[in-house]
Design a protein around this ligand. Structure first.
Ligand SMILES: [Zn+2]
Length: 498
């Protein structure tokens, strides 16, 4: 039976992937240099394609094939291609089927308007203007969760599960609780130490062209394959896949900051290398797709933070850096460079936070989202709750909403339950790195010599090539030989605070 069903399903999926990747191509183009007057026609192109993709995804024939595949492969090993495809695709299909068309359309409309209103509200620092939109979005997300929930499953758990399958609120709460306890003293020590430092060498004026050249060179050396990808500039950095051998990373360079461009490239290259490590023969199917947002983020954070912010990396990259910036970094020692790149200080803006305080921003959002979904917190009271949480977690509090509750786009886009995947990514990254370090016989000396291949091969073998064969936390457990644990992240962060 499988032999008959699988090719039919794969044929259908392949055509859907062609449509989806065409949409991605149009979106990539939209973000890299679309003339302003072309926006309206581009929206029409994308809407038409989105409708076609949706029709294919809810095609009843596909539902029948998936049911048959599920029944006929029930006895097989859970990691066999037929079982993985049946499990993942049936789950998606059932999700789509449980959502009424009217709700899907209203949510799409509300979040599209919501993002526009959010931009204006943030600019004018006016939460009241955003309030009616956000209230509607939260209500619709509650309805969505109610439609999707299995018996006994909370709304927030449903949201979380859509980004990180199998991650329960209980488990995340335990992991995050332990993390918070360890972070409090670390942040205090780190901040006290950094408060005594003078001006930073990574702030100043850095011409864009050498930044671009240096960053591209680094991305290539760590293993991003430019025969199967490219690097371009955009307003909001991201990474997108346009085909089995076409991975695009996009970033933004700023003359005032040396680190934002380079670390943006390292981050997106990490995402890109994960996509390049997936098995191209399964492109578009669950076997050739990333395990989850959290696992995706673990790959970007691993290269950006664990590798790129550490001293061995700069012992290798310092010489080439001087070739690109002979005056800017003249007389700066490697130790000083690493010290200034790793300064710890509580701040209000998540995306500008250092590696140690970053997770506190996520823990705060996790608490607030949970309360919003369970109606323990009213959308009207969100700005005050936000300030209170910041005082409690980081000892600082915003006086304006634009540096507070209005800073992130996520909620205006209906992305509730998404934030925890950032911290999960950090936790997975530290655990993967620690185990790879042990198994590969000391990564520091390899990195210092510019040898990144062993680490990348290890990640491809343990993480990338499995696609969605295993649930995210199960994949990390199999890759590292132990359950997901925040202690590796804490040990790593402690090195920045001593
Ligand atoms: Zn990312």
């Amino acid at each position: 039976m499988n032999e008959a069903m699988l090719p039919k399903i794969l044929g259908h999926v392949r055509q859907t992937s062609i449509l989806q990747s065409t949409m991605s191509m149009l979106e990539w183009d939209q973000n890299t240099g679309l003339p302003p007057q072309a926006a309206e026609y581009r929206a029409e192109q994308l809407t038409l394609l989105a409708g076609m993709v949706h029709q294919r995804q809810i095609d009843p024939v596909m539902g029948e094939w998936l049911d048959q595949l599920d029944t006929s492969s029930a006895q097989e090993d859970p990691s066999s291609p037929a079982r993985v495809i049946a499990r993942c695709m049936k789950r998606e299909f059932d999700r789509c089927r449980r959502l009424p068309q009217a709700l899907v359309e209203e949510l799409s409309h509300a979040t599209s308007i919501g993002q526009q209103v959010w931009v204006e509200s943030k600019l004018s620092d006016d939460y009241q203007r955003f309030l009616p939109q956000l209230k509607r979005i939260v209500e619709l997300k509650q309805q969505e969760a109610d439609c999707l929930a299995d018996p006994g499953q909370s709304r927030y758990e449903v949201m979380l599960d859509s980004y990180e399958e199998g991650a329960t609120v209980d488990r995340i709460q335990k992991i995050f609780g332990a993390l918070r306890e360890s972070l409090v003293p670390l942040i205090r020590e780190g901040s006290e130490r950094c408060a005594r430092l003078g001006p930073s060498v990574v702030e100043g004026h850095f011409p864009i062209v050498p930044q671009q050249r240096f960053s591209k060179w680094v991305a290539e050396r760590i293993g991003f394959d430019f025969q199967r990808g490219r690097l371009d500039q955009t307003e909001h950095p991201f990474c997108t896949t346009l085909g089995p051998h076409d991975h695009r990373i996009l970033t933004r360079f700023s003359e005032d900051s040396f680190s934002s461009g380079l670390y943006g490239v390292l981050h997106e290259a990490g995402h890109g290398m994960y996509e390049q490590g997936l098995d191209p023969q399964w492109y578009g199917t669950p076997l050739g797709s990333a395990a989850s947002l959290g696992v995706h983020e673990s790959q970007s954070r691993l290269w950006e933070n664990l590798v790129g912010l550490a001293e061995p990396f700069w012992r290798w990259a310092h010489g080439p850096l001087l070739q690109h910036f002979p005056t800017e970094f003249r007389d700066v020692s490697t130790e000083r460079l690493v010290q200034d790149l790793n300064r710890v200080q509580a701040s209000l803006i998540r995306i500008e936070a250092d590696e140690v305080t970053y997770n506190m921003h996520i823990l705060i959002r996790f608490e607030l989202e949970k309360q919003l979904m369970s109606e323990q917190l009213r959308v009207e009271d969100l700005p005050e709750a936000w300030r209170e949480q910041y005082r409690d977690y980081l000892g600082i509090s915003p006086t304006e909403d634009r540096t507070g509750v209005l800073q992130d786009v996520h909620w205006s886009a209906g992305l509730i339950g998404y934030f925890p995947t950032y911290t999960l990514g950090n936790i997975y990254a530290a655990q993967l790195y620690a185990v790879a370090d042990r198994q590969l016989g000391g990564l520091a000396s390899q990195i210092e010599r510019g040898e990144f291949r062993p680490l990348l091969d290890w990640l491809v073998e343990r993480v990338h090539r499995h696609g969605q064969t295993y649930l995210p936390m199960e994949l990390i457990e199999r890759a590292t030989g132990e359950p997901v644990d925040s202690r590796y992240l804490v040990e790593h962060l402690a090195t920045k605070c001593r």
